[in-house]
Ligand binder design. Structure first.
Ligand code: FES
Ligand code: FES
Length: 219
């Protein structure tokens, strides 16, 4: 495409730049601020906040816009993209990670709230050569189709077995004084915050049942 007279800018470059600035001008200030927070870079005029935590055994020190979610810090800043963003509103569970051993929706919490925390993402549970038993069981039982929800499902499933082991009751536990059972009903209830659009639920339950049963026999 020809350059504009007296410049090195083509008409196409000019049209693209115009479209981008029109889009930015049309964005409300809140949306612009959210866009900055999402990429982890401080917004103009806002001082960055330093925070440090350990992710998958590695200490990380970040300088972030204070409004950056833990999910965006992991994905956009640390490039740990195994943790997925589905709804960004706490409704799908795709962003589940383990924080100090407990599961959490990383889209619903700010990174700067977790100074000194120990965080485990799907990348830290196992490796391709040495899978975590839950990862291996998901493969064995076909506990996924597209795989988008799978990192969150697996992190959640690992935490579910810990919760049952620790005797924490769920909404469907009948006897609050007894140790919760590793039943299909318990697993379905405890995993109900992890949505699978592909509907791999029954195979996911099979995978968790197998790992939970093996852990129970080993205990
Ligand atoms: S992305 Fe966090 S719950 Fe959906
Ligand atoms: S495997 Fe596709 S959304 Fe769960």
């Amino acid at each position: 495409m020809e350059d504009l007279p007296g410049t090195k800018i083509s008409r196409r470059d000019l049209l693209i730049a115009g479209a981008l600035s029109a889009t930015a001008a049309a964005m409300p200030p809140v949306a612009l601020a959210q866009a900055h927070a999402q990429d982890g870079a401080p917004s103009p005029g806002l001082p960055p906040v330093r925070c440090a935590f350990t992710v998958n055994g590695v200490r990380q020190e970040l300088s972030l816009d204070a409004r950056t979610s833990l999910l965006d810090a992991l994905r956009e800043h640390l490039r740990l993209t195994g943790t997925k963003k589905g709804c960004d509103h706490g409704q799908c569970g795709a962003c589940t990670v383990l924080l100090d051993g407990r599961r959490i929706n990383s889209c619903l919490t700010l990174a700067v709230m977790h100074e000194g925390a120990q965080i485990t993402t799907i990348e830290g549970l196992g490796t391709p050569d040495k899978l975590h038993p839950m990862q291996a069981a998901f493969i064995k039982h076909d506990g996924y189709q597209c795989g988008y929800c799978t990192p969150g499902q697996i992190c959640s499933a690992v935490a579910v077995l810990d919760e049952i082991r620790q005797g924490k009751p769920s909404h469907v536990t009948q006897d609050l004084a007894a140790r919760p059972l590793l039943s299909v009903e318990e697993i379905r209830e405890r995993m109900s915050g992890n949505i699978c659009r592909c509907g791999a639920y029954s195979n996911i339950v099979d995978a968790i049942t197998e790992v939970g049963g093996a852990a129970g026999r080993a205990a």
